[in-house]
Design a protein around this ligand. Structure first.
Ligand code: SAJ
Length: 440
């Protein structure tokens, strides 16, 4: 059964459908179209489809190379977009790139977007097709949810009539195309034949290693690589809070620890945001056996989720040392994105910080050069403020007029949650600098 498909994959004559034209799906669709495949992008949002059909990128932020590539492959006819799922019936390969969030207010996966996409794919599944899920999945989802749903919806049998593979993406905002092309990928299937076919497809786009494995391993690799990062960051944050209490400097401690072979303490900070790291640890443990309590994963999440409130405490304590109550004080938050030099605000720690400060009665103003809503003039916004809080290490802060700011604020006080500023230079400009992880 797989011979015709393998030939079509090797010769790039296979027709590829991408379900979900979000951050991942757009890059995937454009990259396979560039490789010579005829690609149909399918999305439920008409405005998004219209944008892509006009050769325009329906994404905020800067994605090097993606906008011109999309325009070119749409103009050449290699890529077309539609809301009509019947286009799936003409596909040889279907790649699902839909959101796999947590259920609001819980730590469990919200499977609805994936189920909806699988239902549509199942309705159009034909013998000989290859179905690939790039979305991040809780371990066991490919075998336990995707396979039975596709089989029931189509009446076909996985690995006999069609192939099902999980190839988790490793993209990140601002580097979509680069990561898609350069990074190694795990290709996890329910059968060696399915893995082999998927490798034949991805080798046209991915320059990194393509490591074949079973689907469960691929699900664990993706969720574990992010859970691991979350635990690493939590350790850095816990060490920072320990140093504060001891009057030590975590930035010096970290530097010297990392000189020890095999150590790599990451960066303490005001919190962990984004779409992957806060979510994937919970997906990793979602299928844990009832007898196993994943304590470290949950503890790391609690440490990292607690950092914005810890920063609010640093602000309150610094003001109190000057006889100023947080209630009624004006605080300026520098940075609202979750990541430096990005406008992406998903799960932004600054959002939690603002809530914590306002809960204590502070009046909060926000400046972020990457976010249109917060691109006000910093000198105007900072005038009369009792404290500035740096939450995101944007490059833009390297060129701030600190002397002028020191004259404009009511108190020349900066809380630096990322160890981002040149403390001596700011002190020379008249600021008191309180740095996360550095005891006062
Ligand atoms: N953060 C810290 N300390 C650190 C590193 C990050 O506090 O030492 C914070 C950041 O400020 C941010 C959050 O954690 O709020 C996440 O930062 P991130 O660098 O992990 O960036 P993400 O969320 O875009 O993570 C992505 C992930 N990639 C994919 O899921 C495909 C992650 O696996 C990568 O390791 C990460 O990019 C990367 O390498 O930059």
């Amino acid at each position: 059964m797989s011979a015709p498909l393998r030939h079509a994959l090797d010769s790039t004559t296979a027709r590829v459908a991408v379900v979900g034209l979000g951050v991942v799906g757009l890059a995937v669709a454009a990259a396979f179209a560039e490789a010579g495949f005829r690609v149909t992008g399918i999305d439920r949002v008409p405005e998004k489809v219209a944008c892509v059909s006009a050769g325009r990128l329906p994404l905020d932020g800067d994605e090097p190379g993606l906008a011109p590539l999309l325009a070119a492959v749409v103009a050449s006819g290699q890529l077309r977009a539609t809301t009509d799922a019947t286009a799936l019936g003409e596909a040889d390969v279907v790649i699902l790139a839909v959101d796999t969030p947590l259920l609001a207010g819980t730590r469990g996966p919200d499977e609805r977007p994936l189920r909806a996409a699988l239902d549509v794919v199942g309705a159009h599944l034909r013998p000989g097709m290859l179905v690939i899920i790039e979305s991040t999945l809780a371990p066991g989802t490919t075998e336990g949810l995707a396979k039975p749903l596709l089989e029931q919806r189509s009446g076909l049998v996985a690995e006999r009539d069609f192939f099902l593979v999980h190839c988790p993406e490793r993209v990140m905002p601002g580097r979509l195309l680069h990561n898609l092309r350069a990074m190694d990928r795990v290709v996890g299937g329910l059968s060696p034949a399915g893995v082999s076919l998927a490798v034949s497809l991805y080798r046209h786009v991915v320059r990194g290693r393509l490591d074949g494995c079973d689907a469960l391993t691929a699900e664990l690799v993706k969720t574990a690589e992010n859970a691991y990062r979350d635990v690493q960051i939590a350790f850095a944050n816990e060490l920072a809070m320990l140093c504060e209490g001891l009057g030590a400097d975590v930035w010096k401690v970290r530097e010297l620890v990392n000189r020890s072979p095999g150590r790599n303490v990451l960066l303490p900070g005001g919190g962990v945001g984004g779409h992957c790291i806060p979510k994937d640890p919970w997906l990793m443990v979602a299928g844990a056996a009832p007898s196993f309590l994943p304590r470290l994963t949950a503890a790391a999440r609690a440490v990292n989720d607690g950092m914005p409130r810890h920063v609010a405490g640093l602000v309150s304590a610094a003001l109190a040392r000057r006889g100023v109550a947080l209630a009624g004080a004006t605080v300026v938050v520098l940075g609202y994105a979750y990541l430096e030099n990005s406008g992406d605000t998903r799960n932004s720690p600054s959002e939690a910080l603002v809530a914590a400060l306002e809960e204590e009665g502070a009046s909060v103003r926000i400046v972020d050069p990457w976010i249109p809503a917060f691109q006000g003039d910093l000198e105007e916004v900072a005038a009369g403020a009792h404290a500035l809080v740096l939450m995101v290490n944007h490059d833009a802060w390297r060129s701030l007029p600190w002397e002028a700011l020191a004259r404009l604020v009511r108190l020349p006080l900066l809380i630096d949650s990322r160890g981002a500023v040149d403390t001596a230079a700011l002190q020379a400009a008249g600021f008191e600098v309180v740095t996360l992880g550095r005891g006062v």
